[in-house]
Ligand binder design. Structure first.
Ligand code: GDP
Ligand code: IMO
Ligand code: MG
Length: 432
């Protein structure tokens, strides 16, 4: 019996999970997504070409590996179809190696409308949702009114679909939402619904499985399984910066519910962190930089959302948040991405504690959203050189090695590798 390894983001998303999954895929037989949906945007780069995946696991370009969309994931059939078509255009036939859980929930066009209606109703306190329907679809899952992939094949699917849609329309009307003006990709709800329905045919071309049996059999057969997280720790529904979070458990525990594996089967937990920090959407971000340095991180790091194109907010790495992430997730090794973005910085800072009303603390307070939090910063000398062409971890500049050693010391977790460019080839593993 093998264990299931986990890879997840430790910050507010976009840490480079997709890239690292792609790099690690040769070591695995199965790559499985366990939560989230099209709110995710996972970028992979190789051969000079960039690929962005939303619902499909990041192992898909390795055609000899099985990719699984687990029960905890949300599928929007139209977006799924577009992803499949993009892969087709690149010569990747996903029908050969992509399995879909029958228990994965569906995002309806009216879930996307409800996402927009809820955001509008929140006014200034809106979450900054990706508007893919995540919150409303998970709400229906919990309310026991959702539709699942396996339901597509049922004879009463249409009726159930209509009932749910009508419920959403009534809710949107109650919120005073202008349904007639609502658009998805420039289309009204009815027009988009037509495309959505047609897209079910694409989904039906895939093998629907009882994925909990599939995964457990894989583990019994000694296959190596990697669970790929979406979003990240600080967006977790329970432990993130609620209510500025996504609607799923993005943490290691989510692997158990999102794939149907027992806690005792969890193996390595690989946590991904940028060498700095970003956040897209609203919510607290204690180390955010509103100055030139923040703008530089955004520009040099190409910090624009892979799903929405929105500029990401940028700031220094946040150790209290990272330590919290290591604790909640049981992180066994760290992957640090994007130090190359700071190559020409004279100085790089690390937040080692929070100052809250004159008191220093290491904890993420319950009042994270409401009290002013000042980061206590430790400066590090910049390394002031390009990392291009470096092939060994130990050949990294001394100042960067000191910075990385401080991350290890602050978290108590060893760094397994550092990524120094968007390309698949630039991941430097540290000798054990
Ligand atoms: P994910 O959601 O965690 O998979 O991350 P995203 O794909 O949303 O965002 C990460 C961005 O950083 C993508 O544009 C990647 O191509 C890029 N990236 C990943 N690793 C590195 C790195 O080490 N250096 C640089 N400069 N870019 C990277
Ligand atoms: P990956 O997997 C960064 C953010 C949104 C918003 C909040 C809720 O690429 O790291 P939702 O649409 O889930 O209701 O939005 O969460 N968010 C992400 N931020 N990366 C993501 O995914 C995200 N998925 C959602 O910006 O603030
Ligand atoms: Mg992303």
């Amino acid at each position: 019996m093998t264990k299931i390894d986990v890879l997840l983001g430790l910050q507010w998303g976009d840490e480079g999970k997709g890239k690292i999954v792609d790099v690690l895929t040769p070591d695995y037989d199965v790559i499985a997504r366990f939560q989230g949906g099209p709110n995710a945007g996972h970028t992979l780069e190789f051969g000079g070409i960039k690929h962005v995946l939303h619902i499909i696991p990041s192992g898909i370009f390795h055609t000899d590996k099985v990719n699984l969309i687990g029960n905890g994931v949300l599928i929007e059939p139209r977006i799924f179809r577009q992803e499949i078509e993009e892969l087709d255009a690149k010569g990747v036939d996903a029908t050969r190696n992509l399995l879909v859980s029958k228990k994965a929930h569906l995002i309806l066009p009216s879930h996307r409308m409800m996402d927009a209606a809820n955001e509008q109703a929140k006014g200034n306190s809106k979450i900054g949702s990706t508007l893919k329907g995540i919150g409303p679809a998970y709400t229906d899952k919990i309310a026991r009114t959702g539709l699942r992939v396996g339901d597509i094949l049922a004879s009463d699917f249409r009726e159930r679909y209509i009932m749910l849609k009508e419920q959403h329309i009534r809710m949107a009307q109650t919120l005073g939402f202008d349904i007639d003006s609502f658009r998805i990709d420039g289309l009204g709800l009815d027009q988009y619904e037509q495309l959505w329905m047609e897209s079910l045919d694409t989904l039906k071309r895939f093998r629907f499985v009882n994925s909990e049996y599939f995964i457990n059999q894989c583990l019994r057969d000694g296959k190596r399984v990697l669970a790929e997280g979406a979003q990240a720790m600080m967006l977790d529904i329970d432990f993130g910066t609620y209510p500025f979070v996504t609607s799923s458990n993005t943490i290691t525990a989510g692997v158990c519910t999102g794939l149907g594996v027992a806690p005792s089967t969890i193996g390595k937990v690989m946590g991904i962190t940028k060498a700095y920090c970003t956040r897209v959407g609203a919510g607290p971000f204690p180390t955010e930089l509103f100055d030139e340095t923040g703008a530089k991180l955004c520009e040099l790091g190409h910090e624009y959302g892979a799903t929405t194109g929105r500029p990401r907010r940028c700031g220094w790495i946040d150790m209290p948040a990272l330590r919290y992430a290591c604790m909640i997730n049981g992180v066994t090794e760290l992957y640090v991405t994007k130090p190359d973005v700071m190559n020409d910085f004279d100085q790089v800072c690390m937040c080692t504690a929070y100052d809250i009303e004159g008191r220093q603390t290491d904890e993420i307070p319950f009042e994270y959203n409401t009290v002013p939090i000042h980061p206590v910063l430790t400066p590090f000398a910049g390394w002031k050189q390009s990392l291009a062409g470096i092939e060994n971890y130990n050949d990294l500049p001394a100042n960067l090695l000191s910075y990385l050693a401080a991350i290890e010391q602050q978290t108590g977790v060893r760094i397994a590798a550092v990524s120094i460019s968007p390309d698949r080839k630039d991941v430097l593993f540290k000798a054990q």
